[in-house]
Design a protein around this ligand. Structure first.
Ligand code: SF4
Length: 377
C-alpha cells in the first residue's frame, strides 16, 4: 500500500537497527509519548530490534487512558437522561467509569451514538431540535481542532441544543511533569507526530533546554520510530539536547496555524486531572468564556462530581513509564479487555491493551538476543 509499505520495509528496518546499535555506547532510556507509537512498537517488535542498552518506556499519550474517571461518570450521568442523545467516538464506550460505562447506558436504553466526527454530532443536533445533543470531546491537541470547529459552528448557527463535555489534555505539560518527577528515568523523548502536526514543536524547545533532554518529533510507522530512536540516540551520545523533526513529511515547526488560531479562540488553557496521574497545572483545554454556553458539564450540573479510582489499577505508573503493563498484578487475570479495571486495557492506544493483544507478556518471558547486531545485520 503506497505511503504505508515503504515505512514498513524490513531491510531498511534492519539497517536502521544496526545504525542504532553502532551509535550506542551505553544505556539510554527513551520514552515514546504517544500510544499509537506504543502499539506500533509492540505490534512490530521494534524494541526487540534495539540493542539491550536502549530501553523504551511507554508514555502518557493515550487520550482515552488519561480521561479522568470523573468525566466518564459525568458522561454516564448525562447519557442516561431521556432528553439526551449522547455522541462519542467508539473507543470511549467501553472505558470503565466508577460503576458503569457508556455501553451499559446504551444497553439500558440510553440514546448513545458512535460518531466519527464532532461535526456529525452537530448534524444530529440540527436534525433533533427537541433533544439535547452532547459530544464527548476528549483527546490531545490532535482532536481538539475538530471539536473547536463544531462548537464554533454551533455558536455561529445558533444551535442551542448542542453542547460538549470537554476533557482535552496537552502534551508538553505532561512531559514536563514526567521530567520534573523524582521518579523520572526518561533521558530522551520521541514526541507525538500528529500532535505536532497541529501545534508545531516550538513548545518543546524550552523543555529540551531546561531539562537537557533530546526531543525528536516522530511518526508512527516502524521506520519512523526506528529513525526517531536513531536521531535521539545520536543526540544523547553527542551530548546534545535539541528538538529535531523526524516527521517532516507532516510536521512544520509552526504547526497548523489556522487550527491553532481556532483552538485559541474556542478554548482556554486550564488545570486538568489526568486519570491515574492526578492534576497537572495548565495541562488541559476548557471552553473559553465566550463559548461557556456550550459546556455540557455546566448545562447538566455535573461539574462537581468526584470519583475514586480502582486501587488495583496501576495505570498511572504505566502511563508515566514507571511500570510496564505486565508488572501489574491484575494484568491478564483480573484485568482483560473484556473485563477491564483501567482504561489502558481497553483503549486502542493503551499500553496494557497493546501488551495483551500482541501477547507481549509472553514474548518478554523469552530471552532477548545479547545484541541487535544479530538481528539487524
Ligand atoms: S493491567 Fe489493568 S489494572 Fe493493571 S494497569 Fe493495566 S488497566 Fe490497570
Amino acid at each position: 500500500m503506497k505511503y504505508l509499505d515503504e515505512y514498513r520495509d524490513a531491510a531498511t528496518a534492519r539497517k536502521l537497527a544496526t545504525a542504532i546499535a553502532h551509535a550506542t555506547t551505553r544505556p539510554w532510556t527513551i520514552m515514546e509519548v504517544c500510544g499509537g507509537q506504543t502499539h506500533a512498537i509492540v505490534r512490530f517488535g521494534i524494541d526487540t530490534l534495539l540493542p539491550p542498552e536502549i530501553t523504551l518506556l511507554h508514555g502518557p499519550g493515550c487520550p482515552v487512558c488519561v480521561t479522568p474517571l470523573e468525566v466518564l461518570d459525568q458522561a454516564v450521568a448525562i447519557a442516561s437522561r431521556p432528553d439526551v442523545i449522547f455522541c462519542s467516538f467508539g473507543d470511549m464506550l467501553r472505558v470503565p467509569g466508577s460503576e458503569h460505562d457508556l455501553f451499559q447506558v446504551k444497553s439500558n436504553g440510553g440514546d448513545v451514538r458512535i460518531v466519527y466526527s464532532p461535526i456529525d454530532a452537530l448534524q444530529i443536533a440540527r436534525e433533533n431540535p427537541r433533544k439535547e445533543v452532547v459530544f464527548l470531546a476528549v483527546g490531545f491537541e490532535t482532536t481538539a481542532p475538530a471539536n473547536a470547529m463544531a462548537v464554533h459552528r454551533a455558536k455561529e448557527e445558533g444551535i442551542p441544543n448542542f453542547s460538549v463535555l470537554v476533557s482535552h489534555v496537552l502534551v508538553p505539560p505532561a512531559m514536563e511533569a514526567i521530567l520534573s518527577s523524582r521518579k523520572n528515568r526518561v533521558q530522551g523523548f520521541l514526541a507525538a507526530g500528529h500532535v505536532c502536526t497541529v501545534m508545531g514543536y516550538t513548545e518543546y524547545e524550552p523543555l529540551a533546554r531546561k531539562y537537557r533532554v533530546p526531543i525528536v518529533v516522530t511518526g508512527f510507522e516502524p521506520l519512523d520510530i526506528l529513525q526517531g530512536v536513531h536521531m535521539c540516540v545520536l543526540q544523547l551520545e553527542e551530548g546534545r539536547a535539541e528538538v529535531e523533526n523526524q516527521y517532516a513529511r507532516s510536521v512544520r515547526r509552526e504547526g497548523n496555524v489556522p487550527a491553532r488560531a481556532l483552538l485559541s479562540e474556542v478554548f482556554t488553557v486550564v488545570p486538568r486531572k489526568w486519570r491515574g496521574i492526578g492534576e497537572i497545572p495548565e495541562s488541559g483545554l476548557g471552553l473559553a468564556p465566550a463559548y461557556a454556553a456550550f459546556d455540557a458539564a455546566r448545562r447538566f450540573r455535573v461539574e462537581d462530581h468526584t470519583a475514586q479510582e480502582n486501587p488495583e489499577c496501576i495505570s498511572g505508573l504505566v502511563l508515566q513509564g514507571v511500570r510496564k503493563p505486565q508488572e501489574c498484578p491484575a494484568f491478564g487475570t483480573k484485568c482483560t479487555p473484556l473485563h477491564p479495571l483501567g482504561a489502558t486495557m481497553v483503549s486502542a492506544e493503551g499500553a496494557c491493551a497493546a501488551y495483551y493483544k500482541y501477547r507481549r507478556h509472553e514474548v518478554m518471558a523469552t530471552p532477548r538476543p545479547a545484541s541487535a547486531e544479530g538481528t539487524g545485520g
